[in-house]
Design a protein around this ligand. Sequence first.
Ligand code: GAR
Length: 195
Amino acid sequence: MNVAVFASGSGSNFQALLDAAAEGTLSASIKLLVCDKPGAYAVKRAAKAGISAFIFNAKEYSSKEEYEQEILQELQKHDVQFIALAGYMRLVGTVLLSAFEGRMVNIHPSLLPYFPGKDAVGQALAARVQETGVTIHYVDSGMDTGPVIEKAAVPVQEGDTRETLQARIQKTEHELYPRVLQTLLHNQLAGGITK
Ligand code: GAR
């Protein structure tokens, strides 16, 4: 199945999906990176992997609808059937939500509904919780609010900094996302999509 990954930053989750697809543990063809930050390291990862990238600057458009229409055209051009958000730090609007209903997921570095939005790792440290984690969920119009697919807990350790906790969380993300996506894509195929 043809997949697009959306990212705004380093793209380490994008890389984990690329690696899993290359190894064959993820039966997906990653066709496109969509990125709203021209300087993001994710863009370099796409180039290295020979994956097309659609890079846009939201400030150059008059509305979310306008840039999402362009994204949609790119997705259609690459025959994309499923979207994985991986550190895409924007709310998704109605254009993409209606075109990809039930076929768009996100990964977030906390046990939702706790610590949605930006800096979930810093929020967990500030709240002094003993455990945080990772959530994969369907995307809706809210900020990290869609129906949960899977969660994995990650312990907060004595003396953790944002960097050490983030590294532990990302290790879990990189294992969890390809595995959950594999199941979802398998289910999509079983549901009748044949590409
Ligand atoms: C990941 O930890 C992801 O869960 C988070 O951004 C990071 C991106 O890292 N997403 C969110 O916070 C979404 N609200 P990456 O660019 O290295 O994959």
